[in-house]
Design a protein around this ligand. Structure first.
Ligand code: ATP
Length: 202
């Protein structure tokens, strides 16, 4: 079946930027954040199960999942959090694999912020880590989201460390330089992945 590259990296490392450069080469993206929203969309089995468990007060007046309320409900309740993960993780995995199989591009990029943390690296043929220093992660995220450096730092500390991610990467993109440099790195990897996926007809 399909050759799948798992793209990951810490907060603000440039995953979305890199993914869009692959998409510009015609490569289909399967994005874990988007799939995670799809499995709890209105009318989904995921949302139905959540309402059965937590009650209709977990919905907004419009009938959508109230994410802030859900976060609140599981925040200091590890068992509820565990219940939610056991419900959603298999659904997310299954839907991501379904989207991979539907894709028609030479290979597929799966964008997963917590690829190693959630064991989703088991679903991919190869892992690609976007790497920048924690200082740059903070600078770029503060600039993008207008949040406190300390908030970003807390998130960095909750994720797998830089060295651990690099140790587990098959491929690494250094995104500490200019976008033009990044583009060249992506194009080189794209050629590599075309070869590896066995669709390089040159
Ligand atoms: P998150 O995990 O927080 O969603 P991400 O890994 O998807 O983040 P991006 O949103 O792609 O990261 O990048 C973070 C910010 O840094 C964005 O504002 C992006 O435009 C900017 N950025 C990405 N690469 C570079 C670069 N090489 N030089 C300057 N800015 C960059």
């Amino acid at each position: 079946s399909k050759f799948v590259v798992g793209l990951t990296g810490g907060i603000g490392s440039g995953k979305t930027t890199v993914a869009n450069l692959f998409a510009a080469e015609g490569i289909t993206l399967v994005d874990a954040d988007i799939v995670a929203r799809e499995v709890v969309a209105q009318g989904s089995k995921g949302l139905e199960a959540i309402v059965t468990h937590f009650g209709t007060e977990i919905l907004t007046p419009e009938g959508e999942l109230d994410r802030a309320k859900l976060r609140q409900r599981i925040f200091s309740h590890p068992k509820e959090r565990e219940w939610l993960n056991q419900l959603l993780h298999p659904m997310i995995r299954q839907e991501m694999l379904a989207q991979v199989e539907k894709a028609t591009s030479a290979y597929v990029i799966m964008v997963v912020p917590l690829l190693f943390e959630n064991g989703l690296d088991r679903l991919v043929n190869r892992t690609l880590v976007v790497d920048i220093s924690p200082e740059l992660q903070i600078n770029r995220t503060v600039k993008r989201d207008n949040v406190d450096a300390s908030q970003v730092n807390n998130i960095i500390n909750s994720q797998l460390s830089r060295s651990e991610k690099l140790a587990r990467a098959d491929d690494i993109i250094d995104n500490q330089g200019e976008i033009s440099t990044l583009k060249r790195e992506v194009l080189a990897l794209h050629q590599r992945y075309l070869q590896l996926s066995g669709t390089d007809n040159a």
